[in-house]
Design a protein around this ligand. Structure first.
Ligand code: KPL
Length: 301
């Protein structure tokens, strides 16, 4: 199988899958920034149990392989352009699994390639790369995989089976949009606050900025979710989930704070930006989501 996107999540999957079963697609296959890439990614994967595995994963041009499965672990904002470059080289029946954070880009891709088996994954696995050559699996999570296009229906179980070879916990999901919404709720209530306040997840909980905005934010998310998800959550449940995940991941640096620290574009557009956009489409006011989008962009763009 091939992995598009050799960031933390891509390296996590490549690291756990049996040796020889995964390759990274070279950046040159999908990005103008690909020229100085090595032919092998070599890194230490540090597992939550303290065990370390050394991995060497080949990096190959899409034209040099014929993958039987494509895992897409690029940042949400880079995914569409990357797929536009590589999909013409990949046969139409190869399952494509989207691992992006937030929402919006998965549906756009399913709508653009309705005849392909396009699947989405919602994962709570946490990984980060504090330095080149080190990938840390910060905490064990779970991954749900479900189909987005009609053609994906028969692929979900075989894909789950193949990815289970990694030893990570994976489930087939019949309502993947609901899972993506459940994850979005948590990201919408943690990531922007940690990026704006420049603190680990747990430290937002007692900060006056968070305390001022968490109730109206949860109300906004709940109202938009009620029009979009099959099992909406109440504002009280949304707040409770946000607080529970910020507590259980208290020491983590969120992906958005990490992006801010590295001067990279954040995923705010597909998290709070997506909720604001859906709110606007449905006539639901989302001033707190808009405020978070504005503040994150002022700090990072
Ligand atoms: O998914 C996350 C992220 O950082 O993007 C959370 C749940 C906030 C954990 O850090």
């Amino acid at each position: 199988m091939a992995i598009l996107g050799a960031g933390s999540l891509g390296q996590l999957w490549a690291g756990y899958l049996p040796a020889g079963s995964a390759v990274f697609l070279s950046r040159a296959s999908f990005s103008p920034r690909g020229s100085d890439e090595p032919s092998t990614f070599q890194y230490q994967l540090k597992r939550p149990d303290g065990y370390e595995i050394g991995r060497r994963i080949p990096v190959l041009a899409v034209s040099a392989i014929c993958p039987s499965l494509l895992l897409v672990t690029t940042k949400a904002g880079d995914t569409l352009n990357a797929l536009r470059k590589v999909l013409p080289e990949i046969p139409e029946d190869v399952p494509v699994v989207l691992f992006q954070n937030g929402m919006g880009c998965q549906q756009t891709i399913a709508d653009l390639w309705p005849d392909r088996p396009i699947l989405a994954a919602a994962t709570t696995e946490g990984a980060n790369r504090p330095e080149t050559g080190i990938t840390i699996h910060a905490g064990r999570g779970e991954t749900w995989i479900g189909g987005l296009t009609t053609r994906a229906r028969d692929c979900v179980n075989p894909v789950v089976q193949r990815l289970s070879d990694s030893g990570l916990i994976i489930h087939a999901e019949t309502d993947i949009r609901q899972r993506l919404w459940d994850k979005l709720v948590v990201n919408a209530g943690i990531n922007a606050f940690t990026a704006i306040l420049d603190c680990p997840n747990g430290e937002i909980l007692n900060h006056p900025f968070f305390l001022e905005h968490i109730d109206p934010l949860s109300e906004e998310i709940g109202r938009v979710m009620a029009t979009e998800a099959s099992h909406p959550l109440s504002a009280a449940d949304i707040k409770a989930r946000i607080q529970a995940v910020a507590t259980s991941t208290a020491k983590n640096t969120s992906s958005m704070r990490g992006d801010r620290q590295r001067g990279r574009k954040t995923e705010i557009d597909v998290i709070n930006g997506y909720i604001a956009e859906r709110g606007q489409a449905k006539g639901i006011a989302t001033p707190v989501n808009q405020l978070l989008v504005r503040q994150v962009k002022e700090l990072t763009e």
